[in-house]
Every structure is written in C-alpha cells, then in structure tokens.
Design a protein around this ligand. Structure first.
Ligand SMILES: Nc1ncnc2c1ncn2[C@@H]1O[C@H](COP(=O)(O)OP(=O)(O)O)[C@@H](O)[C@H]1O
Ligand SMILES: [Mg+2]
Length: 255
C-alpha cells in the first residue's frame, strides 16, 4: 500500500529539491522509501535529490548531490509494480538469497540488494560499472555517470562513427568475458543499459544479473550476446551471434 497520508513532509522537502519531483515521489513511493532516502542522506552519502533522471517501470533514478557538491545516482525501486514472477525467476537458486520471505516488500528489498551486490562484485573485478556506495531497503546510492554535467547518454541514443562503434564493441566483448570470469551474467544487457561517458562505456542496471550456477545463466548469456550482435549489426558493424559468442569465448581464454 502507498501511504501518502503518512508522509513526513518535512523530510520530503528537505531531501527533494524540486516541488514537481516531490509530488512524483509521493505518488509513486511510500513513507518507508522516503525514510530510507533520509537515512542514506544522514549517513552523508548524499544531501538532496536534485532531479529525476529516469522514471522506469521498476525504479526511479534521481541525480543527487552531497554536501561537497559531488554527484550521485539514487535508484529507488518501486514496491507497487513488483513483477513477482519475473523477480522470482532471477532470484531462484541464488545462494545469496536463500530463505527469502517472498512477500512484496521483501522481494523488492532483495531485488535492490541483488543489484547492489552485483555492482560490488563487478566493481571489485575492475569492470566499468557505477561504483556502489550504499543501500537501505529499496534504495541504492551509486556513482553518477555523467558527461558535461548531464547524465551520460545510453548507447542507444548516441551518434557514433564506425570507428567508435568498433571500439565500443571491443569494450563490450572485454566486459562480457570479464563479468563471466567474475561469476556473473548480466541478463539484461542491451544498448539501453550501457552508458557512454567520454567514449568509454559504463554498464548499468544489474538487478537481474545472475550467478553462473543459475539454471538459466546460459540462456540469459546467449540472450545478452544476441542483443549486442543485433544492435551492432543494425549500426553497420555486421556480426552474427556465433561470431560474437566466439570472440567473447576466445577473449575469455586469453585473460
Ligand atoms: N549511475 C547512473 N548514472 C547516471 N545515470 C544513470 C545511472 N543509473 C541509471 N541511470 C539512468 O537511469 C536509467 C534507468 O536506470 P536503470 O538502472 O537502467 O533502471 P531501469 O531500466 O530498471 O529503470 C538509465 O538508462 C540511465 O539513463
Ligand atoms: Mg535499464
């Protein structure tokens, strides 16, 4: 249930800069979410939510700043639109989430924690992902990926030369091989979840990423390969599923 009547409006005003964003927040989130935001802010991870960067089906992403003016991304997962079936499919058999009480609230908290843990794992493997900074319940704080003081664009939205695309493809092959070696499959890899920052790709959106022992890890990996092969082929860098798969495998064996 969304409990807008119980909102702590002082906290809402203190932590969310824009009036219109406060209204959106109150419409989409419950009081517990603003408390989680407040608690992360009290830890010094950020001070105010500056503006909404993205309103997705599953989560809203805000740009935030801390007291020193550093930018942060704050991703808040929605409880209302929880897709139980989908989340379960990606969390099942994950040894990190055994004995999870599967009510809506707990599943969303686990989903956020899954993204956080996956980001930590990828970050420790030196992969190009936003650095995870903190988590409380359904709220994650991470590094803000930006270019010229604006949120970095998704690969899908960027205009790139053939040469740039070729280097992007190489970066993705390197990423996929290294992520695999680190024990993860992204499972939602596409031009939407890849940001471009000064010609360098940063991979985001790790909630659905699974460990290699997940029953569908192979299927998800192959789907990721298909998405990437399709995107680059559409952009004029023709590559088939088989070719890309072989390149990732060969690269993995070299590492
Ligand atoms: N760390 C970040 N830095 C900058 N922008 C981000 C960051 N995380 C997410 N975004 C922006 O928000 C959008 C949605 O985030 P994402 O994690 O993909 O969630 P979802 O697709 O589940 O809504 C991204 O496509 C990107 O534009
Ligand atoms: Mg996404």
């Amino acid at each position: 249930m969304i409990e807008t009547d119980k909102f702590d409006y002082d906290v809402l005003e203190k932590r969310i800069k824009q009036e219109s964003d406060r209204k959106t927040f109150a419409k989409v989130f419950d009081n517990q979410s603003i408390n989680a935001v407040h608690s992360l802010a009290n830890k010094g991870l950020f001070d105010v939510l500056e503006h909404i960067v993205s309103t997705g089906k599953e989560a809203h992403v805000f740009a935030a700043t801390d007291v020193s003016g550093n930018t942060r991304a704050v991703k808040i997962f929605k409880k209302e639109t929880t897709d139980f079936k989908r989340m379960n499919e990606y969390i099942v058999d994950d040894r990190r989430f055994q004995n999870l009480r599967k009510d809506r609230r707990n599943l969303v908290f686990a989903w956020a924690k899954k993204e956080y843990k996956n980001l930590l794992l990828a970050n420790r493997a030196n992969l190009s992902v936003p650095v995870p900074l903190g988590i409380k319940e359904n709220v994650i704080v991470m590094e803000f990926i930006s270019e010229n003081n604006k949120p970095a664009k998704q690969l899908k939205e960027t205009k790139s030369t053939k040469k740039e695309l070729e280097t992007y493809l190489e970066q993705i092959i390197d990423f996929m091989a290294k992520l695999y070696l680190a024990g993860l499959v992204h499972a939602d890899l596409s031009e939407y979840n890849i940001l471009v920052q000064k010609k360098k790709l940063v991979i985001i959106d790790f909630a659905q990423a699974v460990l290699l022992n997940h029953p569908k890890a192979r299927e998800f990996f192959e789907r990721d390969v298909t998405n990437i092969a399709n995107f680059f082929s559409k952009k004029g860098i023709k590559i088939s599923f088989e070719e890309l798969y072989a390149k990732i495998k060969a690269h993995k064996n070299e590492l």
